[in-house]
Structures are given as structure tokens and as C-alpha cells.
Design a protein around this ligand. Sequence first.
Ligand SMILES: N[C@H](CCC[C@H](N)C(=O)O)C(=O)O
Length: 280
Amino acid sequence: MTRPFLKMNGLGNDFIVIDARDAGFAPRTEDIRAWGDRASGIGFDQLIAIEGSETGDAFMRVWNSDGGTVETCGNALRCVGWVLDKATDSDELTIDTLGGLTTAKVLEADARTGMVSVDMGKPRLNWDQIPLSEEMDTLRLELQIGPIDAPLYHTPVAVSMGNPHVVFFVDDVMAVDVERSGSLIEHHPLFPEGVNVEFAQVIDRNIIRMRVWERGAGITKACGTGACATLVAAARRGLTERHGNVIMDGGPLHILWRAADDHVIMTGPVEVEFEGQLDG
Ligand SMILES: N[C@H](CCC[C@H](N)C(=O)O)C(=O)O
């Protein structure tokens, strides 16, 4: 069975988006890996399926390119919000995920690009919500990368946006070997479900430069939930205000951690690259 898909991205974090509301979609891990392979397949960071939902306008299911299931995906939520918006006249769409219910608002729905704001809900900050394998202060994790007596990076902040993140604050993010350091932490025993790893350099009270190693996908150009986690971590540490731009390799996302209701609002672009057919 062939399935039409949209190849989309949010700041270069790219996806294949399948509309599975009319026909179920349960891909095999080996197929996800084959489709996601950038050398021999189509190539993507995450595979996205839009499904029907009793609790919202749609349900978004996410797999990493390694085939693993993901609770939620911020950049993809903007893309799915954009797709759903084309077919409805409501300007707010509720999209449910394994990581919780979110609301997308399309601010600009241009033909090939657009600007979308997503209410990502509340960050989860308790050790067992990340989750961690033991009770610990999530604001100052007892964790380091590198030699015991001369750690490269240490004492990060853990935040869940529905999916797990650990944020290391560094003096010079461009000096970080993100692949080497990130891959060392992704499967650390402190994170029983794995973890996305962010390296963040605070530029000023409203600007953070961040690079990311994603669980199950490796280095990506941007990570929406990672940008949310980074701003929350910086604000919790008193390093920034509760709103600002998180600038990643693929560009900036505006993040607001709203004091009134503790919700995190992420705003940024979406892009449609091409349409295709998937055998599967
Ligand atoms: N790129 C996504 C995050 C995917 C996270 C995934 N790598 C995981 O295993 O949680 C985003 O924009 O939020």
C-alpha cells in the first residue's frame, strides 16, 4: 500500500508526515529505519502520523529515525498544526500526544511556509517525571561528562516536556563536541527512558544559543521540546527571564514560560519541502 506524505521541517528538524486518520498506520521498526536512512532512504529525524482522537482535533504519533517511540515533538507539533489548519477554519487546534495535550495556533499559514505557536503545556520538574532512576534535585543533577577529576561538563538541569531532557550550561557552545558528549549521556543509567541532551550558552537575559543531541536521532538542527526545556532550565537557574529566543543551528524559536498558568508557549516557522509516496 502506498501512502502520500508531506516532507516538512521546523528549523531544519525534519519529518515525514503521514495522515493516518482514514487508514491505520503501524510501521515496523525496520521500515522506519529504512525510510529514515539519509543515505539509502528518504531521510528524516522523526516519522509523524496524524491519527483520529477522542480528546482533541487529532492525535500525533512520533517515532525517532532509530524506530523508537517518542512522547512528543515540538517542531512536529507546529507542522501538524499547520497541516490541520488547512482543513479547518478554527484558528486553534488541540493535538494530543503520548506526552500530553497541546494546542497549536497558526499565526501565518502561507502556502509553503508558516509561523505557528504551540502551547506545549506545563514542564514536568520532579525527578520521577523526567524520569530519573533515583531521587535527585532536577535543578542540579549529580552528573558529569568527562574525567572524574576534570569533568568537561557537569551539574545539568533535567526537564520533561513530555519527553526527557537534560540541559548543560556551558561557556562556549561551539567548543562542545556535541556528538561525543551527547551520545555519552543519551543512555546513561540515570535516565531509564534515555534522554535528549542540550548544551546551552546564555548570551543575555533573553537569548540562549543551544545545540542538541536527540535521543534516537543524534544531532539535529533544532529541537522544539529541547528549546522549551532549555528556557525553563535557564529561568529556573535565574540565568534568563521566563521568555526569550533559543537559537539553534537551524535558527531561533521564541519560548515563553507563562507565569500565570505555568504553560510553555513555543513559536516558530514550519516549512513544506515536498510531497511523496511511501510504500508501507
Ligand atoms: N525534535 C523534537 C524532539 C524529539 C525528541 C526525540 N528525540 C525524543 O526521543 O524525545 C522536537 O522538536 O521537540
